[in-house]
Write a protein that binds this ligand. Structure first.
Ligand code: ZN
Length: 483
């Protein structure tokens, strides 16, 4: 017995030893600290003023056609044509409605082209939040070293930074190595059906086969990953799918003086409570592990121990990450109860009760898996289930090996010395999903620094970008485009 115990102890010690050694072997994988700057001097005053003017245009994408905002969206496209006339004169340029496409012939045209995406529309500013803005949202105020306004982060800064980079290169007599295609949409915030989706179809028809596609999505995160002090360049290699399920219960209705034991509303409420109590399964392996692994070298020892040995610690990591909505969403398809309606008066039983539940689908799930989960979880034939229109599957996973990824990683590391590059999952939706048919790897990364306080500014109040960060964005695109 004693020998057996000693034997087990030895095995246990060996096992722990292996885990610890694996953790100790992981070193920080930061980019080299000193990177040469591209030999281009950017006129800080000029580029920030131009961005400011772009932010003054109220190019709000609206689901319901509104003549004022339609005019503003047109003004935005006109603005680009006028302000970047020098660039557009040197490239081939197409305008479809307000979707802008620019093509610059590379010095090695036999190479597959680079496709850069951005959008010029923005989300509206809610009236009750106007007071929260330090400067009016469409003032484009330049103050405190930043340019302020709706679109400063999402996504006019990217659109303009790409064009500024083209202009700088052109004016210094340089050209990209690969041909460059830039596509600027005008309805990303409402799904991209008229802009990106139609343009993607045109690209498919002409057989455009990009080397890589880069769109917005994630960014350079500072102080946002617990235990990691270096900035983390989170690059979206996939984005979630989307499905809304409508639940409805029909009943007898009638007078509330003699109610049945279960009303339509009660049955629906139970179904909703079940869905919320039982989320879809979490999976650490995949998006979460791919993101955390490259960061392990910098984590405190215990955290590192878990991440490096995730073949055994995955359940622990899942439990930990699911405590926070931001990281929980990396693990699973999320369930959000969003709309409900029933009843017309307090003394009438509702004939019908309805609700909508929105799912953001993890790449390891599908629309079919969501429907199956809802059916099994609700487990009540009285509840009718329908998939609402406008669902889409999660994207494919873009490779994190191979030349396109390595090239992008190199440009990020050169632009943001000391940053850790980590592939991740975009939890929302971007225009990029429309371009999946082109068959190229799609990466979703805005080259902008985001701290904890900046996250709330995206689609929120006091959206702004530091001029220093905007210049870094231009330099990033310069490197990427020049190749
Ligand atoms: Zn955006």
């Amino acid at each position: 017995m004693k020998r057996l115990c000693l034997g087990l102890l030895a095995v246990l010690l060996l096992f722990v030893g292996v885990l610890v050694v694996r953790a100790l072997m992981v070193r920080p994988a930061n980019a080299p600290l000193a990177a040469p700057e591209p030999e281009v001097i950017i006129d800080q005053r000029q580029v920030s003023r131009k961005l400011s003017r772009a932010l003054q245009i109220e190019s709000v994408a609206q689901r319901q056609v509104d003549p004022y905002f339609e005019g503003q969206l047109t003004r935005m496209a006109d603005f680009i044509e006028e302000e970047f006339a020098v660039v557009l004169a040197g490239v081939s340029f197409e305008r479809h409605e307000r979707n802008l496409v620019l093509r610059w012939h590379g010095s090695q045209p036999e190479l597959a082209p680079l496709l850069l995406l951005a959008h010029l529309d923005v989300v509206p500013v809610e009236r009750d939040t106007l007071e929260d803005w330090t400067w009016p949202p469409f003032s484009g105020e330049i103050a405190g070293g930043a340019v302020w306004g709706r679109g400063a982060l999402d996504d006019k800064s990217s659109a303009l930074a790409i064009l500024e980079a083209c202009q700088e290169l052109m004016q210094s007599g340089r050209a990209p190595r690969r041909s460059l295609v830039v596509c600027l949409g005008f309805d990303e915030e409402i799904g991209g059906a008229r802009g990106a989706a139609l343009q993607a179809g045109r690209f498919e028809d002409e057989g455009l086969a990009p080397y890589l596609i880069l769109d917005e999505g994630l960014a350079l995160l500072e102080g946002l990953v617990p235990g990691v002090s270096s900035p983390v360049a989170a690059v979206g290699v996939a984005e979630k799918g989307y499905a809304t399920v409508e639940l409805s219960v029909a009943g007898e209705g009638g007078h509330t003086s003699m109610p049945p034991r279960q009303s339509t509303l009660g049955i629906l409420a139970l179904a909703l409570a079940r869905l919320e109590a039982q989320p879809m399964p979490a999976r650490y392996h995949g998006a979460a592990s791919a993101f955390l692994r490259p960061l392990a070298g910098e984590m405190p020892f215990l955290q590192k121990l878990l991440v490096v040995n995730d073949w055994i610690s995955a359940p622990l990591l899942e439990a930990r990450l699911s405590e926070n909505p931001g990281t929980d969403a990396l693990l699973r398809s999320t369930t959000a109860l969003t709309q409900a309606s029933a009843g017309v008066a307090d003394n009438v039983l509702p004939l019908r009760a309805r609700a909508r539940v929105n799912f953001r689908i993890h790449p390891s799930d599908s629309i079919a898996a969501v429907l199956e989960h809802v059916r099994r979880t609700v487990d009540d034939e009285r509840v009718d289930l329908q998939l609402a229109e406008g669902a889409w599957e999660p994207s494919q996973l873009s490779a994190t090996t191979g030349a396109p990824w390595q090239d992008l990683k190199r440009v990020i590391e050169a632009s943001f010395p000391g940053a850790l590059v980590a592939p991740s999952l975009v939890l929302g939706a971007t225009d990029a999903r429309h371009f999946a048919g082109l068959g190229a790897p799609i990466y979703r990364f805005s080259p902008m620094r985001l701290g904890a306080e900046d996250l709330a500014r995206i689609h929120g109040s006091d959206e702004r970008i530091a001029i220093r960060d905007y210049l870094a964005m231009i330099r990033f695109y310069l490197r990427l485009i020049e190749g």
